[in-house]
Structure formats: C-alpha cells, structure tokens
Design a protein around this ligand. Structure first.
Ligand SMILES: CC(C)(COP(=O)(O)OP(=O)(O)OC[C@H]1O[C@@H](n2cnc3c(N)ncnc32)[C@H](O)[C@@H]1OP(=O)(O)O)[C@@H](O)C(=O)NCCC(=O)NCCS
Length: 145
C-alpha cells in the first residue's frame, strides 16, 4: 500500500527525497545537487509517496510559489522500480489538491519534452515554444486548478 505525504524541509524524509531526485533526475542529466539548491528549497512544499510495507520513499515532487496565484511544480520523480504503477499520477493529483488548498489557482512547470505526454494526460497544456537548457529540451506547461 502506498500513501502520499507532506514532507518537512530538513527532515530525514526530505534527505531521502533529495537522494531520490538526484538518482532519478539529476544524475542521468549529469547534474549535481548543490547546497544552494537546498537553500532555495526551504520555502517550497515537498510531497512524497511512501510504500508502507517497508516505509520506503518511492516518489516525490516539489511545489514552489511564484506569486499569489501561481505555483510551480518541480522535479517529479518516481523510483525506477516503481514507475508505470500510477504513483506519478497520484503525486501530481495530490500536489494539485495541496496547491489549491493553499490558495493557488494555476500550476506551471517546465516539463522535459520526453515526458510532456505524462502531464498532458493529466490536463496540463503546452504554453509557448519548446526550449533547450543544458542539452535537455523542455516545454512550459500549465493547468488551472
Ligand atoms: C515521468 C514519471 C514521473 C511518471 O511517473 P509514473 O509513476 O511512472 O507514471 P504513472 O504510472 O503515474 O503514469 C500515468 C500515465 O502517464 C503515462 N506515462 C508515464 N510515463 C510517461 C512518459 N514518460 N511519457 C508519456 N506518458 C507517460 C502512463 O502510461 C499512464 O497513462 P494512463 O493513465 O493512460 O495509464 C516517472 O516515470 C519518472 O520519474 N521518470 C523519470 C524522471 C522524469 O522524467 N521526471 C519528469 C521531470 S519533468
């Protein structure tokens, strides 16, 4: 059984999420997790998915407030062993509820073009042109919540 939880910045779970995001997202792109990232993430909302059988963190994401209405979804990551089981979808859905409860009206993100369809399936729409950053192609996507 999986459950979606809020993760407190600086907690042991947060450190597990940092490690998971590094393994799933940053390392494959040749990027590092820096202390400056940690400083920025202090003000973000962190959401995780736990496999309750062994208390293991299997996925997570972050939400970063942009302004009063808009929040940005960042670094959605599911452990490779647990992908395609609906965890990513549950995380995104829960993040939308969390963001709405906090008073936000719009979620924005820079999705990797290779996973844009994952977000499109959940109602996110492409906005503007695709762009490249550090050799990776991204597309800006938005959803009203
Ligand atoms: C992309 C990712 C978050 C998806 O999470 P997941 O748990 O594997 O996906 P789910 O099982 O919830 O899939 C939900 C739906 O999206 C589809 N989907 C999953 N990954 C997809 C992909 N890469 N491209 C297109 N569709 C995808 C599934 O087939 C499923 O479709 P359905 O509802 O019609 O059955 C996960 O695979 C991941 O962490 N990938 C590596 C890191 C990454 O690319 N993160 C995104 C950064 S922008």
């Amino acid at each position: 059984m999986k459950k979606i939880v809020d993760i407190e910045f600086g907690s042991q779970r947060y450190e597990e999420l940092v490690e998971l995001r590094y393994k799933v997202l940053l390392e494959p792109l040749g990027l590092k997790f820096l202390d400056s990232h940690r400083d920025k993430e202090m003000g973000y909302l962190h959401v995780g998915c736990i496999e309750q059988l062994d208390d293991k963190l299997v996925g997570g994401l972050m939400l970063a407030p942009v302004d009063d209405k808009t929040i940005r979804m960042l670094q959605v990551a599911v452990d490779g062993k647990y992908q395609n089981e609906g965890i990513g979808k549950s995380l995104v859905k829960s993040a939308e509820i969390r963001a709405k409860e906090a008073g936000f009206k719009i979620i924005v993100m820079h999705a990797m073009l290779s996973v844009a369809d994952f977000y499109a399936k959940q109602g996110y729409q492409q906005k503007g042109d695709i762009f490249e950053e550090g050799g990776v192609t991204f597309v800006k996507m938005v959803k009203k919540i």
